[in-house]
Design a binder for this molecule. Structure first.
Ligand SMILES: CCC(=O)NCCS(=O)(=O)O
Length: 351
């Protein structure tokens, strides 16, 4: 189904826009949020660094241990720095950002609206719920129908007591295995998507089987997989055969941790976080296999240390450094535009 008022448009925090106006789009960022739900204690002996982290000599430590410092998880304290970053992003040729902060990690729609007004960057906000540990008692106790109504309302009327409307559902958080409460939110997401004809974006659990399991739940509940993004594939599916098998299910394939180069990924020490060069190689592999029209990219900035204010790569890293690398590695300009402009535009446009 579709909603006539929304059909053929993209919904930003400032209202509906013609999809052609978006330009280059990062499909998975956060501009203001808290990640304190995912605090992970620092390595033994490093507690003192974690207490006083923002010094030049600690910046490498922060890049390696971003979740081991509570203050680093409070991105919502950096609105002024983020505004400067968005102006730099526009200067670098960026046009739009999908802000994936959902209920549970401090979505702040008035701030997003102000950032859009002050920078001219199109910002699309996310409806729905993050992972289980952030679900409120009310969310846990709600029926699928109730959650569907809430999500639909966030898109049609506005969220968090404001009249600011979300333009995507997600990132919808799931772990591995998917919990009962997360499965319920996924079913509500699928039903809301069926009513609205809107884009959906998923945060899968950390297991190669997790993305396909989420697709299965969404599909059974009436979701539109061709209008759904699977995020964080960089830390989820490593085997090329498994990746191609997942790609056949039809979702968008998002590599959204560009700029994250970390030796020990604390949430799963058995996996090796890829480097940016390895990410570009994987994108080339997917393009060669015929999935160029499904690839999306972003940085998923969710901690302070990744801002340029703290020596990080910022929101312009892909435009300034990854695109030249892609061109050097054989991507044509047309393929790059497909990934940065055409695919996001198609995904974000309401049916
Ligand atoms: C809220 C940001 C987020 O969930 N980012 C993903 C982090 S990770 O699961 O890839 O470590």
């Amino acid at each position: 189904m579709s909603v006539p008022r929304l059909s053929g448009k993209v919904q930003t925090v400032l209202g509906l826009v013609d999809p052609d106006l978006l330009g280059r789009t990062m499909t998975h960022e956060h501009l203001t949020m808290t990640f304190d739900c995912c605090y992970f204690p620092p390595p033994a002996g490093d507690e003192a660094i974690a207490e006083n982290p923002f010094q030049m000599r600690h910046m490498h430590w922060l890049r390696q241990n971003p979740y081991g410092c509570r203050e680093n998880l409070l991105l919502q304290q950096e609105n002024a720095a983020v505004q400067d970053e968005l102006l730099a992003y526009r200067e670098a040729g960026g046009g739009a950002v999908v802000e994936n902060t959902t209920a549970g990690i401090d979505r702040d729609l008035p701030t997003l609206k102000r950032l859009a007004e002050n920078t001219g960057v199109h910002i699309v906000a996310g409806a729905g719920y993050y992972v289980d540990c952030t679900h409120s008692e009310a969310t846990r106790g709600a029926s699928v129908e109730k959650l569907t109504d809430i999500i639909v309302g966030e898109v049609l009327r506005g969220a968090d007591g404001t009249d600011i409307r979300c333009g995507v559902i997600g990132e919808i958080g799931t772990g591995w295995p998917v919990t009962e409460s997360e499965a319920k939110v996924l079913r509500a997401t699928a039903q809301a998507q069926a009513q609205l004809g809107c884009p959906v974006i998923i945060h899968p659990g950390r297991d190669p089987a997790a993305p396909a399991e989420v697709v299965r739940i969404l599909q059974e509940a009436g979701g539109d997989i061709g209008k759904t993004v699977m995020s964080h594939l960089d830390r989820t599916i490593f085997d090329e055969g498994e990746l191609l098998e997942f790609a056949t299910l039809g979702s968008y394939l998002e590599y959204d941790l560009f700029g994250t180069e970390m030796l020990n990924y604390p949430y799963d020490l058995t996996l090796d976080m890829p480097s940016d060069s390895q990410r570009v190689k994987t994108l080339a592999f997917l393009a060669k296999e015929g999935y160029g029209d499904k690839i999306l990219v972003a940085h998923d900035i969710h901690t302070k240390n990744r801002l340029t204010k703290y020596g990080g790569h910022g929101y312009s890293h892909i435009l300034r450094s990854i695109v030249p690398k892609m061109l050097m590695r054989g991507f044509s300009q047309q393929q790059v535009d497909q990934i940065l402009i055409d695919n996001p535009k198609r995904w974000l446009t309401f049916k």
